[in-house]
Design a protein around this ligand. Structure first.
Ligand SMILES: [Zn+2]
Ligand SMILES: [Zn+2]
Length: 235
């Protein structure tokens, strides 16, 4: 009954404004999605993944990493696109308006890019960032798992978030680090494995860094991080 929904609650493409007929749950028309939901292909900082041109440091590293000297627990971070435009609208629609089919569109779009990162690094286990069971009940799904389902990539939900914490987006960097300390545990062994942690957005990296710490403590040899989107620091 999509046509009926379309008549009752018309929705429009977030980029060109065209009417999304029989495409009710999506946020953009096919053409705009293809044009705007594309990978960021310029140089990324080897340590934190930040686009180097937006925070020029020296060579392979961004200015933030050079000045802070911060060392992350994970070995490498890769992302698909900047958290901006259609990508931001899509992730917001998925998480805050619970438009589940958007997850599957995102998954299909990033599949090739993510697969090649997995192959290049010999990743053996893909682990989605978990939600606490209360958040899961509230949203009805884990957006990371749903995006992975759309990508067709096999994943292992072997991580658990054991405490409910305030939303990271409401906190500064230092508070974010404290906020996630000790809240994750794994339910299956990762000893001698190369693992990839999959999240929707990378902002300060506090969550994935804490998870990488737990995975390394449990014997993972390498921890890679892949996110759909990356939030650059304010210039
Ligand atoms: Zn459009
Ligand atoms: Zn950096």
């Amino acid at each position: 009954m999509n046509w009926l929904l379309d008549l009752l609650f018309p929705e429009y493409c977030a980029a060109c404004g065209s009417f999304l007929f029989l495409n009710h749950h999506y946020i953009a028309c096919e053409e705009c999605w293809r044009r705007h939901f594309t990978p960021y292909r310029r140089k990324k900082c080897l340590s934190c993944g930040h686009p180097v041109e937006l925070l020029p440091g020296s060579g392979d590293y961004c200015k933030r990493c050079l000045t802070s000297g911060k060392v992350f627990e994970f070995d490498r971070v890769e992302f698909f696109a900047l958290y901006d435009g259609i990508v931001e609208i899509a992730l917001r629609a998925l998480k805050f308006e619970r438009k589940l089919p958007v997850a599957h569109s995102i998954g299909r779009t990033i599949a090739g890019h993510l697969k090649s990162f997995i192959l290049r690094n010999g990743v053996e286990v893909v682990i989605p960032v978990p939600l606490h069971k209360e958040s899961l009940r509230e949203r009805g799904f884990n957006q990371c798992e749903e995006i992975l389902k759309g990508s067709g990539i096999v994943f292992s939900p072997i991580l658990e978030k054991i405490y409910q914490t305030p939303r990271q987006s409401s906190l500064n960097e230092e508070e974010r680090e404290k906020n996630v300390k000790g809240v994750f545990r794994i339910t299956e062994k990762v000893k001698n494995k190369k693992v990839l942690v999959f999240d929707d957005i990378f902002t300060t990296g506090s969550t994935v860094n804490e998870i990488a710490k737990v995975l390394k403590e449990n014997g993972a040899t390498k921890v890679f991080v892949y996110t759909v989107a990356y939030t650059p620091v304010q210039r």
